[in-house]
Design a protein around this ligand. Structure first.
Ligand code: ACO
Length: 210
């Protein structure tokens, strides 16, 4: 979002935007919240499709921030009884939302194929290389046409920029594996990431390879 600080209308819009973000990423706490993991630096809350409206509203607020950052259409999967979306929120001890993961049940998924090595291209030159790198995050991945069985589709995984590389996404993934299906621990092979970004793909490759 571009804004000119000298223009009062722009400044007002900018302040409104930040107030909205701050509100969406603040959790004041509920009497009955479903805490699925606790750590010295925070806890993970699970919001299920049949939870009370106030909980679903909080999940939707956080997802609207995440969707805006990921470029998803607004309200692409609103949490609620019909959506079957489970939302995991990583909260700091001060009640800030530091991370979010949204997942829903699936039956099958399509495995991503390895990217071709650009050095294999005989037409390749340094100019093409730099163009390839800048396009990396915009690239559509290639995937297999053969479906494979899967149990859980992760439609969004997101961590506040300043909190990345502190194991927050990994801890949300572990909480998901333990709690997504009652009485079972999902294996990494049961999980699928839908349309991952470059960050999402690198994270999934790192975590699911273990
Ligand atoms: N590139 C390479 N490795 C990575 C990356 C990355 N961008 N991100 C995480 N990893 C690795 C870490 O090094 C770590 O490995 P290690 O334990 O061996 O050191 C492992 O993955 C776990 O990292 P976390 O710290 O748990 O990941 P983090 O909390 O930083 O969150 C995330 C990763 C969610 C991808 C974050 O970078 C982010 O929010 N990015 C912007 C939003 C986004 O693109 N989300 C994915 C969308 S795709 C989808 O939602 C299906």
């Amino acid at each position: 979002m571009l804004f000119a600080p000298g223009i009062p209308e722009d400044r007002l819009q900018h302040l409104r935007h930040h107030r909205r973000l701050r509100q969406a990423l603040t959790h004041t706490g509920w009497k009955q919240e479903r805490v699925v993991s606790e750590f010295w630096d925070g806890k993970i809350l699970l919001i299920l499709p049949d939870d009370p409206k106030f909980a679903l509203r909080k999940a939707a607020e956080v997802l609207s921030v995440v969707d805006a950052e990921l470029g998803f259409p607004e309200h692409s999967r609103i949490p609620g009884p019909h959506s079957r979306v489970s939302v995991y929120l990583f909260l700091s001890p001060a009640g800030r939302v530091l991370g979010c993961l949204a997942a829903h049940p699936i039956r099958q998924a399509y495995r991503l194929l390895p990217e071709p090595d650009p050095r294999d291209n005989s037409q390749d030159n340094s100019q093409d290389n730099s163009r390839d790198n800048s396009r990396d995050s915009l690239r559509a991945w290639r995937c297999s046409v053969q479906p494979e069985p899967a149990a859980c589709g992760i439609s969004r995984i997101w961590v506040l920029r300043a909190q990345r590389r502190r194991g927050i996404a990994r801890r949300m993934l572990e909480a998901l594996r333990r709690t997504f299906v009652f009485g079972a621990v999902l294996s990494f092979g049961d999980l699928a990431f839908s349309d991952p970004t470059a960050d999402g793909r690198a994270f999934a490759a790192r975590c699911c390879a273990r």
